[in-house]
Write a protein that binds this ligand. Structure first.
Ligand SMILES: [Ca+2]
Ligand SMILES: [Ca+2]
Ligand SMILES: [Ca+2]
Length: 349
């Protein structure tokens, strides 16, 4: 009886799991690496921070100083690049799709809200800070929030109807309203000396709480509640060096990035563990990514069913190639071609 059960379960698994050419099906943490030659994006485990793929996005000449990568909500990823002053779009398999915005005064932090990207800008060229709103429909970016006389916006996270934004000029955490104005009284007024100094990545960690990364001494990972009470701070020695990005791992430890290193530390034992120390790398912000469910007929995972997928089926014609054999009947044939043609175009959702 046990044996029969095992056979029937494995039969079901075979029947439902079509092999795909592109790999990432479970959550990963995506971390841009603005190395000295070509920027790329690493993927790490959200459970313990271990390495999944150090070339989730292959080294790419476009990426001169990539900072943050987020899910666009339309089966693509958006990457900000500080020195290229652009926002690039990539497919779930890490291939380049297009340039969403270029010629910005800068492009640093990014978060999605109401279907648009909000990008902080301004540090690289001293023209004064701005937050751009960039729609995904190809229309020109607009200045959502002008920080002239206020400072330089860095990390950005949704907050109420607007945003919580780090100000690297006065080290405060500013509230930006839904219409882009900066509230005169900050959420947290930091002295930048004994407390948060040079805020970088900001995470909404739920329950009204925020985790903010402070890059300059006393560098560390700072936690604030809804009343802006700084209820926890982790600094040296458990935070080994100036951090830029951070993430609370599923195992409860805190992963953080800084320079050539990706580390994690325990908030219980204060033990720091190095995960990666890669000569030449410069690791940036950390964002969890849930890959979209594979799209039927999209054999290469670039987000659409098109000529490249058709070519894969035709190239494997008559074979048992498990990727091109879409209906899993053992042969690449007309029925598989029909699936590709029937799904032609951009993947939905
Ligand atoms: Ca201040
Ligand atoms: Ca495709
Ligand atoms: Ca087939």
């Amino acid at each position: 009886m046990k044996q029969l059960l095992a056979i029937s379960v494995s039969t079901i698994l075979c029947a439902t799991a079509h092999t795909t050419a592109y790999g990432q099906t479970s959550d990963v943490l995506l971390i841009p690496d603005s190395g000295p030659l070509l920027g790329r994006v690493w993927a790490m485990s959200p459970v313990d921070g271990s390495l999944v793929n150090n070339q989730f996005i292959l080294p790419d000449a476009r990426l001169t100083q990539p900072i943050q990568i987020v899910d666009s909500g339309r089966r693509t990823l958006l990457v900000t690049d500080e020195t290229a002053r652009a926002v690039y779009e990539y497919a779930p398999n890490g291939s380049y799709v297009g340039t969403l915005a270029a010629g910005l005064e800068g492009a640093y932090g990014i978060c999605m809200k109401d279907g648009a990207a909000f990008v902080t800008s301004g540090f690289s060229n001293n023209l004064g800070g701005k937050i751009y709103r960039i729609a995904l429909d190809g229309s020109a970016p607009t200045v959502f929030s002008d920080w002239a006389g206020i400072g330089d916006p860095r990390g950005i996270a949704p907050y109420g109807a607007g945003f919580l934004v780090g100000n690297s000029t006065d080290d405060d955490l500013e509230v930006v309203t839904a219409t882009g104005s900066v509230v005169p009284v900050p959420f947290f007024d930091s002295d930048g000396i004994a407390s948060l100094n040079f805020p970088q990545q900001i995470h909404d960690i739920g329950g009204g709480n925020y985790m903010v990364v402070g890059f300059s001494a006393p560098w560390g990972i700072y936690f604030f509640d809804a009343s802006a009470i700084n209820y926890a701070s982790y600094r040296a020695p458990e935070v080994f060096l100036s951090p830029r990005g951070a993430y609370i791992l599923d195992n409860g430890e805190i992963l953080y990035t800084g320079g050539t290193r990706i580390d994690r530390f325990s908030t219980k034992t204060y033990l720091n563990t190095n995960i990666v120390n890669q000569l030449g790398s410069s690791f940036r912000w950390v964002t969890r990514y849930t890959p979209p469910a594979p799209c039927v007929g999209d054999l290469n995972g670039d987000g659409s069913v098109n000529a490249s997928d058709l070519a894969t089926v035709l190239g494997a014609w008559g074979s048992a190639d498990p990727i091109a054999d879409l209906d899993d009947d053992g042969t690449v044939a007309a029925s598989d071609l029909a699936i590709v043609l029937g799904a032609w175009g951009a993947c939905a959702g």
